[in-house]
Design a protein around this ligand. Structure first.
Ligand code: FEO
Length: 396
């Protein structure tokens, strides 16, 4: 690929990772990109680097614009290894005069790379540096995605370099939102939010309020992953507002596993009941067929979650435990819930599923349904009752 001009003397110089399929448990079936940006001015500055293995791509892009040794400053907006992995070799090559980072960034850089000799210069929210014609304002964004994270804002260009925020995992040859399909772009952005940032939704709300209060004019959002928002930065900001307020649709996600189809019959009966009650949008997701990160994406805008598992060794099925551990960490809120499952003799699964729901903090609107061995027409009536209760709670 080539370096791409974002604005005059501002370039995308990152790397596209076409082949990554797993990002610490998140299925990146469409790859990703690690975006780095270069601003040429009286002082030339590189914002972030890329994953270690793709350092060659970053250097290839930089050399199309400038001899890397001529770069004056480095800004480390985020220390996670997908952006800092090639930092040691890049610093060795560039020998930057200064490396700007947040207070927590300095700590994280030292703890990751153990180099006290690098010229780290701490900047805080509100601090600004001059590059010549342009300046860079820093905004700390703790926990988006790590404690060290920060934004870099270029007021002269109304450009926000937003680190992980507003990003998405999608490998493309296109670099801008007006060059790709909007529905696909928003699907990737929603998946990214659900899997990476849902847990930090209260922080996102605070940050959006802070940005509003600062009256930041934003014409371009350049995140560290995926497409640059230059046509519709408002669209992604508004989506972040909706997602971080846990805005939900009249939609139900049923997640289940089944050994010999009894729990599956229960799931389908519940789905039928939901539809009879007028819930049009129901997703029936098998825990071993759908990937956990796609399940979480469906949950992002769902108003209800229903969990099903047969009892296995006095417990639930392992794939359900995987999904629920992941879901608990991401802390979804304001959704109604219920649980069901078949059993052979002891029948603890529904109790375990209800415990998970309670730990996650979701409100159960039905005590749950247990059916011994294979369901009958009569015993499935309890599942109809459960589906009806969830539908009515969702519509209330
Ligand atoms: Fe893309 Fe939190 O790193």
């Amino acid at each position: 690929m080539a370096a791409i001009e974002v604005k005059e003397n501002i370039y995308w110089v990152g790397a596209v990772d076409w082949n990554i399929r797993d990002f610490h448990g998140y299925s990146t079936e469409s790859g990703t990109s690690y975006n780095a940006y270069l601003i040429k001015d009286e002082k030339t500055v590189l914002f972030d680097t890329v994953k270690k293995e793709l350092k060659g791509d970053l250097l290839h892009h930089l050399r199309q614009i400038i001899d890397p040794s001529k770069i004056d400053y480095l800004v480390v907006n985020h220390v996670e290894m997908d952006h800092s992995g090639s930092l040691p070799e890049i610093i060795e090559l560039i020998k930057p005069e200064k490396i700007f980072c947040s207070p927590m960034g300095k700590k994280a850089i030292i703890e990751h790379f153990h180099r006290e000799d690098w010229p780290l210069e701490v900047v805080k929210s509100g601090d600004s540096i001059s590059l010549g014609k342009r300046s860079v304002q820093f905004i700390e964004t703790k926990m988006l995605h790590w404690p060290d994270s920060m934004f870099s804002y270029i007021p002269e260009d109304k450009l926000l370099i937003s680190s992980d925020a507003f990003g998405h995992h999608w490998a493309t040859s296109e670099r801008f939102d007006d060059e790709v399909d909007t529905d696909q772009l928003m699907k990737h952005a929603a998946k990214y939010y659900a899997n990476i940032l849902m847990i930090f939704s209260p922080v996102v709300q605070k940050l959006l309020a802070q940005v509003k209060e600062m009256n930041l004019e934003i014409e371009i959002i350049a995140p560290d992953h995926g497409i640059i928002w230059r046509k519709s930065p408002r669209m992604i900001i508004e989506a972040y507002d909706r997602w971080s307020r846990y805005e939900a649709k009249e939609k139900v996600v049923i997640i289940y596993d089944s050994m010999w189809h009894s729990t599956e019959k229960m799931a389908k009966t519940i789905m039928n009941a939901l539809q009879r009650e007028g819930i049009k949008h129901v997703k029936l997701l098998h825990a071993r067929r759908a990937h956990r990160s796609d399940i979480i994406t469906e949950i992002l805008d769902a108003g209800a979650i229903i969990l099903g598992s047969p009892t296995l060794n006095n417990n639930i099925m392992p794939a359900m435990a995987d999904i629920l551990t992941y879901l608990k960490g991401l802390r979804p809120k304001h959704k109604v819930a219920a649980a069901f499952g078949s059993f052979g003799w002891s029948g603890e699964s529904v109790k375990h599923l209800n415990n998970y729901l309670e730990e996650i903090g979701l409100e159960t609107v039905h005590p749950g349904v247990k059916i011994k061995n294979v369901p009958t027409h009569d015993s499935l009536k309890d599942c109809t009752e459960l589906g009806t209760a969830v539908a009515r709670a969702l519509k209330a």
